[in-house]
Unconditional design. Structure first.
Length: 321
């Protein structure tokens, strides 16, 4: 067809979108992008706005954090626009002057995901950066496919957004949350785990908080993650033994202001994604367990060695909730 699924007149008409949804204000730039997306859909004779039109609009608008991210990731946006159009057949719809062109279900999901991204970062607005991350998180639309082909992954884009917004400067400190923007998103259990992980790394005189410190903290906190592991027949004492065997050689003197390793940061971000995808209000220790299973490192290898997989943990979480 013409790119996105759900362009039929009956289904598509359900997806008109106001400029403010669920209390989140779209920035003027995002409002402009959405207007341009409607223009792009009309130009290509499509009956509704899909993810490909949103991506074309971000590029055509030409400014903002999203474009800075693409530039810093060395993306040729002119070539990307060509790739979008090549992946999208021209439609047969008559030119429309209707400003309220309907959105496909995928495009609607992108705006919902953009609001989720804003919520995680504790922003009261939805900017172009949230829109770009949402296009990538949606995964199946034309936009996500084109971005991925250009070498833009969700992980790379998110890291660059955080860098541009200055999050890395305030960073992962001994006293603050993983990222200041995530403070509200981390539940009490998850926050305790992060503090215990810092204590664990410090006690071992290590230079950074890594995945094994997070796993050690999870079993010390004895929260939902431990309940899940026990439900899967895993011995917590055995995990403690394996962690002790895997302990690194002590590094320099004991520090309290330890940074997080790259894999530990990735595990925490994956934990946030897991919480959002499961529809949970905050990040719990069980989401951190899933995050550890999704990244390389001592923790993931150790858990895999005792038969713990992402699928088994997710199934157990669904049973528990």
């Amino acid at each position: 067809g013409t790119g996105e699924e759900g362009r039929g007149k009956g289904a598509a008409r359900e997806y008109y979108l106001p400029m403010t949804m669920s209390g989140y204000n779209f920035t003027d730039r995002v409002r402009k992008v959405l207007q341009i997306a409607r223009e792009e859909a009309t130009r290509l004779s499509h009956e509704s706005v899909g993810t490909e039109h949103i991506l074309l609009a971000v590029i055509r608008e030409g400014e903002g954090v999203a474009m800075a991210v693409l530039a810093n990731l060395n993306v040729d946006t002119t070539e990307m626009s060509r790739d979008v159009e090549a992946a999208t057949k021209k439609g047969r719809a008559a030119p429309s002057r209707d400003l309220e062109v309907p959105y496909t279900s995928r495009a609607k999901k992108v705006l919902e995901l953009a609001m989720s991204e804003a919520r995680v970062m504790d922003h009261s607005y939805v900017g172009s950066e949230h829109l770009l991350l949402a296009l990538l998180r949606e995964e199946k639309g034309v936009a996500a496919q084109v971005l991925n082909r250009a070498g833009v992954t969700l992980e790379l884009a998110r890291a660059e957004v955080l860098r541009l917004l200055g999050s890395e400067a305030s960073g992962l400190s001994a006293t603050g949350p993983v990222y200041p923007e995530l403070a509200y998103a981390l539940g009490p259990g998850a926050n305790t785990v992060l503090m215990l992980a810092r204590d664990s790394a410090s006690a071992f005189h290590h230079d950074a908080i890594d995945t094994e410190h997070l796993l050690n903290a999870l079993i010390r906190e004895d929260d939902e993650a431990v309940s899940v592991l026990r439900s899967l027949g895993v011995s917590i004492d055995r995990i403690a033994e394996l962690l002790n065997e895997a302990r690194k050689v002590p590094a320099r003197g004991r520090r309290l202001d330890l940074p997080y390793s790259t894999n530990a940061k990735r595990a925490i971000w994956f934990a946030v994604e897991e919480a959002l995808s499961l529809g949970h209000d905050s990040v719990a220790s069980s989401h951190l367990l899933l995050g550890l299973l999704r990244v390389p490192g001592v923790a993931g290898e150790l858990l895999a060695g005792v038969g713990v997989t992402e699928t088994l943990v997710r199934e157990q979480l669904r049973k528990n909730h």
